[in-house]
Structures are given as structure tokens and as C-alpha cells.
Ligand binder design. Structure first.
Ligand code: SF4
Length: 120
């Protein structure tokens, strides 16, 4: 599927769904921007999901990341395209047009409850 984002006033494309992209998206929606976040991996969160503690405070990584992942995924003005790639960017400042390739997941993300039976 190739969703095409174009010419939406006040919309921002965030490339990457790691902690940096997630925090940028949350900050942008606080400033009333519509956000499209694109990440090539099947889930947002990236490397921080694999860490136990964070430097230099030794805080629990998931304790910091998980609430932000949930907030960004549930936010009405953040649209997440995970497992997706940017294939084409055209236009210029204030009027970009972006073509995104969404890779198939072979499950219906709208109705999946995450029970895990298909993985077994
Ligand atoms: S079996 Fe469970 S995890 Fe797999 S697609 Fe169906 S609802 Fe989702």
C-alpha cells in the first residue's frame, strides 16, 4: 500500500520511531502539529526496548519508554506507519509530498488482539 501524504498545513513527518522520534512526535503534537511517524521496523521503540538501564542515572529503560510508546500510539493526531519505508519525497518547504511503502504483516492489524496464537 502506498499512502501519499501531501500538502497538509501544520503536518510534520517524523522519520524514525526510536525514543528520539517518539519524543519529537509528542513534543510536536503539544504544539498543535499533526504528526506522521514512519519507522522501518515492525514496532516503534527501537534500541531502547533492548536496554535494561539508561546512562547515567541507571533508570529502567522500559519505565521511561513504555508510557511514551503508549501515549504516541494512542494519540489522535499521531499517525504511525511502522514496518514502512519512505520511497519518495517531492515538493519543497511547506508543500512536501511523501510516498510511503507499508510492508505486509499478513494479519489484520485492525482486528488483531495480540493473542499470539498465530506466532505459535
Ligand atoms: S492469532 Fe492472535 S495474534 Fe495472530 S493475528 Fe489473530 S488475533 Fe492477532
Amino acid at each position: 500500500m502506498f499512502p501519499i501524504l501531501q500538502n497538509e498545513i501544520g503536518a510534520v513527518l517524523v522519520v524514525g520511531g526510536g525514543i528520539g522520534g517518539i519524543q519529537a512526535s509528542l513534543d510536536l503534537v503539544e504544539s498543535d502539529f499533526k504528526v506522521y511517524m514512519v519507522d522501518i521496523f515492525p514496532s516503534i521503540g527501537r534500541i531502547m526496548t533492548k536496554l535494561d538501564k539508561t546512562f547515567p542515572t541507571n533508570d529502567c529503560s522500559m519505565c521511561i519508554l513504555a508510557p511514551k510508546m503508549i501515549e504516541s500510539s494512542r494519540h489522535q493526531t499521531i499517525t504511525i506507519y511502522s514496518y514502512s519505508e519512505i520511497k519518495e519525497v517531492s515538493g519543497s518547504v511547506g508543500n512536501f509530498r511523501v510516498k510511503i511503502l507499508e510492508h505486509p504483516r499478513y494479519v489484520n492489524a485492525e482486528t488483531c488482539t495480540g493473542c499470539g496464537v498465530c506466532a505459535r
